[in-house]
Design a protein around this ligand. Structure first.
Ligand code: ATP
Ligand code: ZN
Ligand code: ZN
Length: 842
């Protein structure tokens, strides 16, 4: 192939298509679909990805420029991932390059750098030999510049200007006259980490011979050779270590290298975030009969190497993880690879340990707390085939495996699987699509599946993507699900209890303290914010740019906007009325902690929230302390609800169950139910029986009633009724379109134009209509209305919600109307964001 289509690494509308380049002879063996290359583009050199290869066209190709360089030995992308990117582009209305970028570690975001070398003299002097230029003697500065460059062969422009700070004009002149030449080359943001290493360059016998004939005074050199000879199996040693052990100098080693007896080279070292840690090896457990049934069903599909999606609905503690481990083992035996997705928040060391313990070094781990370097190295471990299992958060769904057999998504209902920045993809849909294309199986696991997945599995839709429902109703260790009590907090108040702890929860904690058992306390912070309010006049401190209240941070004693980062000092008197009665509201974990200390003197509490877990490794440290029983209570936000498996936890308390129920989000009830079920599942997982106390101001709400009965099915039944009546997923799909602009009147007009455009275009295609008939395709649009956050970073925001059902391509309709509006507005300050299947409605 002599020609490549390349998509350049610039996310803009004009570059959202491949460009043609010639493949020069010297690069031909290296260029593949998925290769990362440097290409000339206008006056610049850009990074790009080869998306397809073609023979040289018949037509005149002199205009086509050649690919300049190739950036990796192994292409970072594959035809399969590029195809996945193309699918994402259509599905989520994003640009192809944005989709591809989201698959790669940031370390691979190369930028062009400019390099200077000696010119061939073919500048102006060559064209005009008689011109004055040729006769002009070079200045002293110019001679110095030329000498500097010729000594080094090639220097970066940056390096050259650093050495000669005032020489910009002179450098330019030399380039124009062809004495120097400039070219651009892509440089990665991050380099592989290397280490100088020393190794034997001769065979063992040769080395013996050399040693025997060595002059006595070269004692140091002899020692080095001797040392290297003793090292089995002659692996290169880090230079630093060698110098330290033998007490020799680098010069001595260099002398040996100059004689050609030892090698001195840069070898790559891998940054392993889990280096030096021992993971207790674990053996497969004998499966329970429920587990066996589920395992057999999944393995049947694996063995056929067929595509299949399974929704594994198993109660908390039913042993889903063991199913994951054993199906992965089967997949690895087949020589295929597996991806395990877990929500960021539950990517705990305990989780990692279970996989590393079973599969050892074959496991790569990817999460957001890794440094860019660590992440790059873990990624390469996968790309180069040194890992065959990856455990990671959302973006691990793009792991560059070439023979994928299984994708597992634990806690499949978690909203964090949806990426909130472009490309706004949902890892579940990407996983299912990727598996479909590669003939892999997918396991979606949860004790509380999302209504979308559950509905799809139950309705047995006749398509390739509808999951097969597999259920596990009992806990693996045979113990019962914990008893749940719901306490009406209004009642408590009526009877004179003003504390945030009800009497039953108070008693239950006291009992645990006496018996030396442990308690997990959840503070549902969603919907709560600790804001500052004046009790005299009602003033609330808000962000001047975002129309949203500022959040109080106790540690730094300041107020911060969680959207734009604006920070201010906490006022001591009200800026509006001057009153001193201004203070923060809301129940922070810190206040609960204070109250606990007051009620139970001497109680040992570990607090886990955003404030105590910012430091790398702190999450892990806190959990370890709790596991070692250095605390009686683990108190925290959502973080304590998931995945933890501690034998001595016999009580789970929920401070306020319903704080999130009133949020303007159609999933509010679902999320409340899920959170309560998850956290309740932390109690009594082993020998000791568990108990759960849920405090609520609306104990009659169906999400709380059903969570207390561990009754997923009844919850689903009630919730689906609401969804159906109000036309929400799973009975239709949504597209949230947000328009923003600095000027309000203009924005309102454009938002109205947008809505009208959708209506008329949908009408023209015969799609527009009411969603009331469930057997028919239909599309409806709500809005425009001001967004829940009406102003953000000084831009006003309006939104439209498109609801649709059926086989039409509503995404491409939305995209084309948005692009038309953007074109006609000819106003680059209008921003339109399209969120397909949105999760966050606030
Ligand atoms: N077949 C088995 N034999 C013995 N013990 C088992 C078996 N399967 C699982 N277990 C144990 O049961 C406990 C619960 O299992 P696991 O954590 O896998 O459940 P889960 O379904 O993933 O729970 P959750 O959804 O609550 O995180 C663990 O301590 C696990 O070691
Ligand atoms: Zn006031
Ligand atoms: Zn702000």
């Amino acid at each position: 192939m002599e020609m490549a289509r390349v998509i350049v690494d610039v996310p803009s509308k004009d570059t959202d298509r491949p460009f043609d380049y010639l493949i020069p002879e010297r690069l031909r063996p290296w260029i593949e679909v998925g290769s990362r290359v440097g290409v000339p583009f206008g006056h610049r050199t850009l990074q790009g990805f080869v998306v397809s290869l073609h023979p040289r066209p018949e037509m005149e190709t002199s205009k086509m420029k050649p690919i300049q360089e190739i950036l990796d030995v192994m292409p970072p992308l594959s035809p399969e991932l590029i195809e996945l990117g193309e699918w994402m582009k259509e599905r989520y209305a994003c640009r192809l390059i944005t989709a591809l970028q989201s698959m790669l570690p940031t370390a691979l975001k190369g930028k062009a750098e400019r390099y200077i070398s000696l010119g061939d003299g073919s500048g102006l002097e060559a064209e005009q030999p008689d011109s004055l230029f040729a006769l002009l003697p070079e200045s002293e500065l110019e001679q110095q510049l030329i000498a500097f460059v010729s000594q080094r062969g090639e220097v970066s422009l940056q390096q050259l200007t650093r050495a000669f700070p005032d020489a910009a004009q002179a450098i330019k002149g030399l380039i124009e006259r062809g004495r120097l030449s400039e070219h651009q080359q892509i440089k990665d943001k991050l380099q592989k980490k290397t280490l100088k290493a020393v190794g034997l360059a001769v065979t063992a016998e040769e080395a013996e011979g050399i040693l025997a004939s060595f002059p006595a005074k070269a004692r140091r050199q002899k020692e080095i050779l001797q040392h290297l000879l003793e090292m089995e199996p002659f692996l290169p040693l880090p230079l630093k270590d060698l110098l330290q052990t033998l007490g020799v100098t680098a010069g001595t080693v260099k002398a040996l290298a100059d004689k050609g007896w030892v090698t001195l080279e840069d070898v790559e070292v891998f940054r392993d975030p889990y280096r030096g840690r021992n993971f207790k090896p674990s053996e497969p457990l004998a499966l329970t009969s429920e587990q066996q049934h589920v395992y057999d069903r999944i393995v049947r599909t694996l063995d056929q190497r067929a595509h299949g999606v399974f929704l594994l609905h198993g109660v908390t503690g039913s042993g889903k993880t063991e199913i994951y481990l054993q199906t992965i083992a089967r997949c690895l035996d087949q020589g295929r690879q597996a991806i395990v997705l877990v929500p960021e928040i539950s990517l705990t060391p305990q989780m990692v340990e279970r996989f590393k313990g079973r599969f050892g070094d074959r496991v790569a781990v990817m999460h957001s707390r890794l440094s860019d370097g660590e992440r790059y190295d873990e990624w390469r471990k996968i790309r180069e085939g040194r890992a065959s299992v990856v455990v990671g958060a959302r973006s691990a769904v793009f792991a560059p495996f070439d023979n994928l057999g299984l994708i597992i998504m634990d806690e499949e209902h978690e909203t964090s699987y949806k990426q909130e920045e472009t490309p706004k993809y949902h890892a579940r849909d990407v996983a299912i699509h990727r598996a479909y294309r590669t003939g892999a199986a997918v396991i979606l696991g949860s004790a509380t599946p999302s209504l979308e997945s559950y509905h799809a599995a139950r309705s047995q839709a006749q398509d390739d993507f509808a999951p097969v429902l597999l259920e596990m109703k009992a806990r693996a260790l045979g113990n019962k699900l914990p008893a749940v009590r719901v306490i009406d907090m209004r009642e408590e108040l009526r009877e004179g209890n003003r504390s945030m702890f009800s009497r039953p929860l108070h008693e239950a904690i006291a009992g645990r303290l006496e018996r030396g058992e442990q308690t997990v306390l959840l503070l549902n912070r969603r919907g709560y914010s600790t804001f500052v309010m004046c009790r005299s006049c009602g003033y609330v401190a808000g962000c001047p740019e975002c129309d949203i209240s500022l959040t109080y941070h106790q540690k730094s004693n300041n107020l911060r906007c969680h959207y734009c980062g604006y920070a201010a000092k906490t006022p001591e008197v009200c800026p509006d009325c001057g009153s001193e009665h201004i203070r923060y509201f809301g129940t922070g974990t810190q206040r609960v902690e204070e109250e606990l200390a007051k009620l139970f003197p001497g109680i040992r509490v570990i607090r886990m929230d955003v404030d105590t877990t910012t430091e790398k490794g702190s999450h892990e440290k806190l959990l370890k302390q709790f596991r070692e029983k250095k605390a009686d209570v683990l108190l925290g936000t959502q973080m304590v609800a998931k995945g933890l498996d501690f034998p001595d936890v016999t009580l789970v308390g929920v401070i306020t169950a319903d704080s999130a129920l009133n949020l303007p989000d159609f999933r509010a009830a679902e999320k409340t139910f899920q959170l309560l079920t998850q956290v309740a599942g932390r109690a009594g997982r082993h020998q000791l029986p568990g108990e759960v106390v849920i405090q609520s101001y609306t104990p009659e709400h169906y999400s709380i009633v059903h969570a207390s009965g561990h009754d997923y099915l009844s919850f689903v039944k009630d919730e689906l009724k609401h969804r159906k009546a109000l036309h929400y997923p799973p009975y239709c799909r949504l597209i949230l379109v947000t328009l923003s602009h600095e000027q309000l009147p203009l924005l309102v007009r454009m938002a109205e134009n947008f809505a009208a455009g959708i209506k008329s275009e949908a009408d023209r295609r015969g799609w527009f209509g009411s969603l009331d008939r469930f057997d028919a395709s239909a599309l409806d649009i709500l809005g425009p209305v001001a967004s829940p956050i009406p102003r953000l970073k000084n831009r006003y925001r309006f939104q439209c919600m498109i609801k649709w059902r059926g086989t039409m391509d509503a995404v491409s309709l939305t995209r084309s109307v948005a692009e038309q509006l953007q074109d006609s507005a000819r106003d680059s300050t209008l921003q339109i964001s399209i969120d397909v299947d949105p999760q966050m409605l606030m």
